[in-house]
Design a protein around this ligand. Structure first.
Ligand code: SAH
Length: 339
């Protein structure tokens, strides 16, 4: 169900967005298009609102079709299209099902591994997150069932127990199930819980590692996480629960004292207290830092500042998640390319 655009940079309007609009949009963005949806922002919920808040799409409810290079109907717009039972051959049903945990990389389809791509091509059903390389899914056989279980921050989400149950149910029905995630499944991806749920249910499970955003996000912004004489290592920490929050278990003082590059995922909302805790524990306030949002996507944005000024700079730029924050001398290690 791939929609092809005539040229990179094409302005595309999609009307009647269906339940799999995220795949349609990512498929178009991957080809270099800019995408508008013919919907009213006030009526947009869930996935559509999430796409807009990440600036992957704009809304144009009263669209003038002549202003676009291409006007398309979402191929998944028909209500039944996304939910049709997968009509797999009888032979496939007879074989035992299995689950493959595939790390999809940060969102650019080019950063999915070859092993991950082969697993996708062999899948009967793909259970995917919103940060996975969704643009790839519309290159698969239309009979492959796609189940979105994305967790939109402060929005729609499928509880982890339900996701585990979906994986087990689908595999028990004899299907080859790919669990497709952003980055690597075992880096804040809850892949371990999914693995254990499969083993407990007697379902064969395997893992294909992915390119994690904790390393790829900085790299795509020109930042190495290690650099000879500047950083002899790096730590990757979740900033979901900030240092001010008693539920947190991270020793921020210890993190500050490592002298290593500090990479924070899920930290945009807590940047200010995080930076304060690091500086209070000995990190030089002038240490270079950066925040990389939507790494690997056409909407990638980077804000650079000192660690002391980063939270304000990120707020000024209105940078939104998903973003990777990186703090340390390696942030300034790379020379600018010669003109
Ligand atoms: N398993 C993933 C991380 C999941 S936690 C991995 O290995 O990359 C979700 C967090 O990952 C986001 O809040 C953000 O901090 C980071 N992230 C994932 N994709 C990203 C991207 N394309 N750009 C920037 N940050 C990203």
């Amino acid at each position: 169900m791939r929609l092809t655009v005539p040229s990179a940079g094409a302005r595309v309007l999609v009307h009647t967005p269906g339940p799999r609009i995220a795949e349609t949009v990512h498929g178009l963005l991957d080809q270099g298009a800019t995408v508008a949806l013919r919907v009213d922002s006030s009526s947009a919920g869930g996935v559509v609102a999430d796409l807009a808040s990440r600036r992957l799409v704009t809304f144009d409810p009263d669209a003038d079709f002549d202003a676009y290079d291409l006007v398309l109907r979402d191929p998944w717009g028909q209500p039944g299209a996304a939910t049709d039972e997968h009509d797999s051959p009888a032979g496939a049903r007879a074989t035992a099902g299995r689950v493959v945990l595939v790390g999809g990389g940060p969102g650019d389809p080019g950063l999915l591994t070859l092993a991950g791509m082969s697993a996708l091509q062999a899948a009967d059903v793909v259970v995917c997150d919103r940060l996975a390389p969704l643009g790839l899914l519309d290159t698969l056989d239309p009979g492959v069932e796609v189940i979105h279980v994305g967790k939109i921050p402060r929005g729609e989400f499928t509880p982890q127990e339900r996701i585990n149950a979906i994986l087990v149910e689908q595999a028990r029905a004899g299907r080859t199930v790919v669990r497709l995630k952003g980055g690597d499944s075992f880096v804040f991806g809850r892949g371990g819980e999914e693995w254990n749920a499969c083993i407990e249910a007697g379902i064969p499970v395997s893992v294909i590692p992915g390119v994690t955003s904790s390393i790829a996000g900085p790299a795509l912004a020109g930042i190495p996480v290690t650099h000879r004489e500047l950083a002899q290592g790096f730590v990757v920490v979740s900033g979901h629960v900030g240092p001010q929050d008693t539920r947190g278990s991270v020793d921020w003082g210890a993190v500050a004292r490592t002298g290593l590059t500090i990479v924070v995922l899920m930290g945009v909302a807590n940047l200010e207290p995080l930076a304060r805790a690091l500086v209070a524990n000995g990190v030089d306030p002038r240490t270079p830092a950066a925040c990389v949002a939507d790494a690997g996507l056409a909407t990638q944005r980077v804000v650079r500042a000192t660690v002391a000024d980063l939270a304000a700079a990120v707020a000024d730029a209105d940078l939104r998640p998903p973003a990777v924050t990186v703090i340390g001398h390696a942030v300034a290690a790379l020379a600018a390319p010669r003109p």
